[in-house]
Design a protein around this ligand. Structure first.
Ligand code: GNR
Ligand code: NI
Length: 196
């Protein structure tokens, strides 16, 4: 099952803290492959397992500049990533998120980080990053902790965007089932409030 659907706000599963993977086995490698495919197809520069509703601490990234449509340039897969060091210095990026479509806002984060993780072959590795890769690593690790980039912006902006997505989800939801007009179930009970 290669392409996986990406869940979006206000899906509560985006707020779950993901479980560490016990070992890098075939199942985890298959998950990484599906995530890369899903990320390239979206397209995005990073994806966390949380975003496809999988409870595992796995992220994938590819921030390579010259990336043809849906072509892999420089993919990285990380299992159980953890931030070992973050710079005091901050930098800002206009961030977006596949789980919060069409919303972009400036976010301040540490400009550089060192991240420990297990790679696709199960080897322990460390990566030191700055620029967009540092931002993206932090954005994806946040996802594994149920944190979204809107948690790093002002309360007012956050409340506004959450409300917008909640409203859209309500409008998309199927109408609640009502008995047909005039049916026995539709009969007004004495004292019951009318629809109006
Ligand atoms: O595709 C993505 N672009 C992006 C741009 C700036 C900062 C972070 C990101 S990550 C995002 C894909 C995504 O939602 N990953 O979780
Ligand atoms: Ni995201």
């Amino acid at each position: 099952m290669p392409l996986r659907p990406i869940i979006t706000l206000p899906d509560k599963r985006l707020r779950l803290v993901a479980k560490p993977v016990a070992a890098i086995d075939g199942e985890v490698r298959a998950l990484m492959d599906d995530m890369l495919e899903t990320m390239y197809e979206a397209p995005g520069i990073g994806l966390a397992a949380t975003q496809i509703a999988v409870d595992a601490r796995v992220i994938v990234l590819d921030v390579a500049k010259r990336r043809d449509d849906s072509a892999r340039a420089d993919p990285i897969c990380l299992a159980n990533p953890e931030i070992l060091w973050a710079s005091e210095e901050l930098s800002s990026y206009e961030e977006g998120c596949l789980s919060i479509p069409e919303y972009y806002e400036e976010v301040f984060r540490p400009a550089a980080v060192r991240v420990g993780y297990f790679d696709r072959e199960g080897r322990r590795r460390e990566i030191e990053a700055d620029g967009l890769l540092a931002t993206c690593l932090q954005h994806e690790i946040d996802h594994l902790n149920g944190v979204l980039f809107i948690d790093h912006i002002s309360r007012l902006k956050r409340a506004r965007i959450i409300k917008k997505f909640e409203k859209a989800a309500k409008l998309d939801a199927p109408e609640p089932k009502r008995p047909p007009r005039g049916s026995r179930a539709d009969a007004q009970k004495p004292g019951a409030a009318s629809d109006f």
